[in-house]
Design a protein around this ligand. Structure first.
Ligand code: ZN
Ligand code: ZN
Length: 280
């Protein structure tokens, strides 16, 4: 069993890289990909711990991209060579746009009568400050009683506090990952075009022809029916298959590393072999 989708406390998870490696060993994973949002810091920090534990670690990342008017999360993996320096410079620009979003989010929350400062929120994060860090402060200050409520009331895309951050067009993200020596995979397609399967098929075809290499068929949020459909999409458009839990530690307490939501996940090692063999 492997897990190709996980987050550390360097983005919006709660496990440190060392703790995540220990958890991977505890649950018996053969390989783990760390796919933090917009940063390789968690992966870099995990490398020595994985080596010591004898765990195969894959370098990954999750990018927020724009496709038409929709937000699409794109996973990227670097199973062959480390990402290029140019790609890492580009990530710095993305982190800066996130900082700008955070400054705007504070102003928006203050307009809504919430008395919090950016400094308070930033102490919760490591490499970057994400919405769950805002959620923690909202809980501590008694504005909400749970992370769910923080998102529902203030932080979710449909909530009054939501501030859109700059996102890169999906084609640019795909091209940049390719140029950097990596391979992209459409993350949790269940959140793309919701249950409109025709639209999802159409979009997947466009992303595949733009150079996307894979689709995340297995994910904690996917039903058996979803998995069947996404698997057929992969076949139809010649995409590789990836899968993972999207583990976030205490920020998504119902999801377990490797086994997902109530054991609905068991990603086979062969998918990683297919990924590795994909390089021509
Ligand atoms: Zn995502
Ligand atoms: Zn994720």
């Amino acid at each position: 069993m492997i897990d190709l989708h996980s987050h550390t406390d360097q983005s919006d998870g709660t496990f440190s890289p060392a703790e995540l490696v220990a958890e991977a060993k505890r649950v018996g994973l053969e390989a783990l990909a760390i796919t933090d949002h917009d940063t390789f810091k968690g992966y870099d920090l995990a490398v020595p711990f994985a080596k010591e534990a004898g765990l195969e670690l894959i370098c990954g990342i999750e990018l927020s991209t724009k496709f038409g008017g929709a937000t699409v999360h794109m996973l990227a993996y670097f199973p062959w060579t480390p990402p290029s320096a140019e790609f890492c410079d580009w990530l710095e620009e993305i982190l800066e746009s996130r900082r700008e979003r955070n400054r705007q989010l504070i102003v928006r929350l203050q307009e809504l009568g919430v008395e919090i400062t950016l400094a308070e929120v930033e102490t919760k994060g490591r490499t970057l400050t994400a919405r769950p860090h805002f959620g923690r402060v909202l809980m501590e200050k008694g504005y909400v009683s749970s992370m769910q409520e923080a998102f529902d009331k203030y932080l979710d895309e449909a909530a009054p506090g939501y501030v859109q951050r700059k996102e890169v067009p999906v084609n640019e993200a795909i091209a940049r990952v390719k140029a950097a020596g990596g391979i992209t995979s459409l993350a949790h397609p269940i959140r793309v075009a919701k249950n409109d399967w025709d639209t999802l098929a159409e979009w997947t075809e466009k992303m595949a022809s733009a150079g996307m290499g894979a689709i995340e068929v297995f994910h904690s949020d996917h039903t058996i029916e979803n998995v069947g459909f996404y698997g057929r999409l992969a076949e139809r458009f010649g995409l590789l298959v990836t899968g993972g839990s999207d583990f976030h530690g205490a920020n998504k307490p119902n999801i377990s590393l490797g086994t997902g939501h109530r054991g609905n996940l068991a990603v086979p090692y062969s998918l990683l072999e297919n990924l590795r063999n994909a390089r021509r």
